[in-house]
Design a protein around this ligand. Sequence first.
Ligand code: ATP
Ligand code: MG
Length: 452
Amino acid sequence: MNVHLPLPPGAQFILQRLCSLGHAAYVVGGCVRDCLLGRAPQDFDICTSALPEEMQAAFADCHVIETGLRHGTLTVMHDHIPYEVTTFRVDGEYTDHRHPDQVTFVRDVTADLARRDFTVNAMAYHPDTGVVDAFGGQEDLRLGVIRCVGEAEKRFEEDALRILRALRFASVYGFAIEEKTAAAAHALRHTLKDVAAERIRAEVTKLLCGSGASKILRAFRDVIFEVLPDLAPMADFPQHNPHHLHDVWEHTLLSIDAVPPVEALRWAMLLHDSGKPAAFFRDDAGVGHFYGHEKISSDIALKVMQAMKMDNATLERVTALVKHHDIPLDTTRKILLRRLNQFGAEMLHQLIDVQCADRIATGTRAPGQPEEEAALLHQALNDLLAQAPCYTLKTLAVDGRTLMAQGFPKGKIIGETLQYLLEKVIDGEAENTAESLLPLAMTRLAKEESSK
Ligand code: ATP
Ligand code: MG
C-alpha cells in the first residue's frame, strides 16, 4: 500500500532538489513515525545519498548552517525553518556507551536505517516511492510496540541513552516495550552512568509528560532508580495510614498521571513525597506519620534537579511546589490573597493541581471529589483575579516615597510599614486607597516612636 504523508514545503523542496541532481533522498525517523501515527512531527529530518560536499553544492544558493558537516549533517533553512539533511551513514564502534568512534558515509538508505534505535524510528519516506520500512516499523506502530532494530543488548551497549529513549517513546505513545528490548533495558541499566545529565533529564521529562508515565515507571523502576537513586527509598515503602491505600512509590506514580502533562507539575509529583521514608514514624496506635516530609522532599528535589542540570526557573518552581504541597488552601478571599502574595497566580493554580493529584492518588477519596474541590478553587481564584485585587506591594496605593512625604524617616520602618499596610488590605481591614492607608501608617509610626 502506498501511503501519502503530508510534507511541509521545505521538506518537499529539499527532496526535489536532491533528487533532481540524481541523489536519493527521504524524510526519515521521528517525522515518519509521527505522520504515520497521525501526530504532528516536531521537525522533519532528511537523509540522502549525497555526500557532504555534494549537499553543499546542491544548496549553494540557500541559507545553510554547516555545524554538523563532519558527521554528514547540513542544516538547510527554508522559510526560516531549519531542516537537518544528513548523508546516509553507518556508525563505527562505540567504546564509551555514547558516541560512535567514527562514522562512515554509505550510498544505501537501508544501511542508514539499520543504525537507528527502534523499528518505529527506522523508516524513511519519499512521496514517489512511499515508506521504506526494512525492519517492520509500520507493524510495530500497529502493535504499539517499541523494539530495537537488531539485537537489543548490542544496541543498548552502543548507546545507553537508548534505554531511556525506549522508556520515553513507550510512555509518550502509550506503547509496550517488546520483551527482549525490555530485558536488555533492565540488564544494561548500569551503563546509564556514562550518559550526560542533561540528556537523562530531557528523556525523563518527556517520559514523565507521556500518557503512559506511571505504567512505564512502575515496570522500569530499577532503570529510573539507576538515574535518580534518591527516589529508590520510596519503593514498597508502606504508609500505615488510613488516608493512604498505597505505598509511597505507587502513590507517587498515580499522582503523576493525575496532574496535567506539564514539566514542572510532573517533576513535582515525582518528587513530592521523596522525603517520606526519612520522615516516617509510627505513633502508639501504629499509625504512620510523616511530619515535615515536605521540607525533606524539597531538599531532595533540589539535589536531584541540580544533579540533572535542570534550568533555574523549573528547578525553583518544582522545589517550591514540593515544599508547599500540603499548604492549606480554601476559597476565602483572605486566604487566596495571602497565597497570591506568597506564590503569584500561576504557581497558585499549579499548587491547586498538585494538591488535587495528591488527593486522587491516596486511593481513599470519593471518585471525583478532589477534582470538584480543585475546580472550585480554580474558579474562586479566577473570579478574584478578575477583580484585579491588590496582593503585592507593587499595587499598594502608597509607596515609600508617599510615606517619606508624610514625614517618615528613612530606614527599615518604611518597608515594615508598607508590609503592615499590605496585610491590612489583604485581610480586608483597609481599602487600598491613600486616604484609607495613610492614617493607619501615621498611627503605626506614632506608636513605634512612643515605644522607643
Ligand atoms: P522527537 O519526537 O523527540 O524529535 P525523534 O525520533 O525525532 O523524536 P530525534 O532525537 O530527533 O528523535 O532523532 C531523530 C532520529 O534519529 C530518530 O528517529 C532515530 O531514527 C535517530 N536517533 C536519534 N537518537 C538516536 C540514538 N541515540 N540511537 C540511534 N538512533 C537515534
Ligand atoms: Mg526529531
